[in-house]
Design a protein around this ligand. Structure first.
Ligand code: GLY
Ligand code: MN
Ligand code: MN
Length: 443
């Protein structure tokens, strides 16, 4: 098995893209580069999401070319050749034989021959679809391949005339998840949800944030995730107000909340879950009031996720709920409508209510098309993640609120009925969290 995604699904993706670009065009995609971590040691390799989406191929040093209607084969994969001495150190390679047999390439060629072969694949093509501007060295190579065709103009062979950014076309395709992708996203969401349950059960004062993080990693890898989808955020007390806090080095203290934003990655697909819970298992009065407000905002936002509604409706619902609630609690003063218009709520809620989710945690796909928000359609997956963050030095509010940071984040799949919450198995009501943590602390 190359992935939980079938070979047929990868083939369908290539077909859809090739039908969209047409026979006058060619698409070129590069694998992700390797990155040095320290001297001889590289970062664990992760394939470029676009490249993986179309091939399932996880090796570095590869280029794919899609040439609709090409008689010798439409899907050409350049990759590393088999090499026994290298494979002893770094693992088995597919090689050109494997590229055909396992990855269904119509033609596979050694990566070392790419600069020599690519110009001939551009001959007679009017348009080149390519991720323009993502990597300067790749840009240079692609332009060089186009220029190499120019020398044949006197023989009647014209070079490509148009260079088109592939992103919009390919990323609109990635935005709508097929049944197989939905199944993988359900699985990674459930593994990640289980990790949050485990951490709630394990949490107690005196632990360090990194020890709680270890519980998540244990659960991700135990169930087959290949990576954490992003560096886990484990912020106790005021650290919960730092949106991308990843040091995870402080001690967890009784009386504080801990905000954890962590999700696994399974066969390329990410989960992205946040829960905020009391280190010692019981919320204080102030924590409860702010938590109830974030939860109400999240539920109001989630209600807006259904086919036909537009991208910004969940955010608008969350902002309304949070602003009104902050006025009731006395953290903001004034008319909620004016406070929303002025953006006063941003002192406590400074990010948007979600993002697309898929192969990338902040997945591709447009949020606006022209001047209209994208409408929700079946198969789209997104996060809904409002929060309230009262920094420790916020002197415009009573001291009792300071240093409380809360976010609640779930992953939603848009369905005909509205949506399915892929991450529903992690408790999020105060009663359910206290019951789970209370039960585990008496064990
Ligand atoms: N984990 C990053 C985010 O929630 O967007
Ligand atoms: Mn998150
Ligand atoms: Mn998120």
């Amino acid at each position: 098995m190359i992935s939980r995604i079938s070979k047929q699904a990868f083939a369908r993706r290539r077909r859809t893209l090739m039908d969209a670009i047409g026979r006058e065009s060619v698409a070129i995609l590069f694998s992700a580069p390797m990155q040095i971590r320290s001297r001889d040691v590289d970062y664990k390799y992760r394939q470029d999401s676009d490249f993986y989406y179309l091939t399932g191929f996880k090796e570095p040093e590869a280029i794919m070319v899609l040439s609709p209607g090409r008689e010798e084969g439409e899907f050409v994969l350049f990759c590393r050749e088999r090499d026994r001495s290298k494979e002893i150190w770094d693992g088995i390679r597919a090689g050109t034989e494997g590229a055909v047999a396992t990855y269904n390439a119509d033609e596979a060629l050694p990566i070392a021959s790419a600069d020599q072969q690519l110009p001939s694949l551009l001959k007679g093509k009017r348009r080149v679809y390519y991720a323009i501007g993502r990597d300067a060295a790749c840009d240079q190579r692609v332009i060089g391949w186009g220029n190499a065709v120019k020398v044949e103009m006197r023989n009647g062979i014209n070079p490509p005339a148009e260079w088109v950014a592939i992103d919009t076309l390919l990323h609109d395709q990635r935005l709508r998840k097929c049944d197989e992708e939905q199944a993988v996203m359900r699985e990674v969401a459930e593994i990640s949800a289980q990790a949050h349950v485990r951490a709630m059960e394990f949490c107690r004062p005196g632990l360090h944030e990194y020890q709680l993080e270890a519980e998540y990693l244990h659960e991700f890898y135990r169930y087959g995730c290949q990576y954490s989808a992003y560096p886990s955020i484990v912020g106790g007390g005021k650290n919960g107000c730092i949106l991308h806090y990843i040091e995870n080095s402080d001690e967890l203290k009784a009386g504080d909340l801990v905000l954890v934003d962590a999700g696994g990655e399974l066969d390329g697909y990410a989960a992205d879950i946040t829960r905020t819970f009391p280190v010692s298992g019981r919320f204080s009065e102030e924590q409860k009031l702010l938590y109830e407000l974030v939860l109400a905002a999240q539920l109001a936002a989630m209600k807006q996720v259904k086919p036909g509604n537009h991208w910004n409706q969940p955010h608008e619902a969350a902002v309304k709920e949070i602003t009104e609630g902050l006025v009731v609690l006395g953290l903001l003063e004034g008319e909620p409508k004016d406070l929303i218009d002025e953006g006063a709520y941003r002192a406590f809620y400074m990010h948007k209510t979600g993002h697309w989710l898929g192969l990338d945690v902040h997945d591709v796909g447009r949020y606006k098309i022209g001047d209209r928000w994208q409408t929700f359609e079946l198969g789209m997956v997104l996060t809904v993640e409002p929060g309230i963050y009262v920094s420790h030095d916020c002197d415009s509010v009573d001291e009792k609120w300071r240093g409380i940071g809360i976010r609640i984040e779930d992953n939603l799949l848009v369905t005909a009925d509205g949506h399915e919450v892929l991450t529903a198995k992690v408790p999020k009501s105060i009663e359910d969290i206290e019951a789970l943590m209370g039960a585990s602390s008496t064990l």
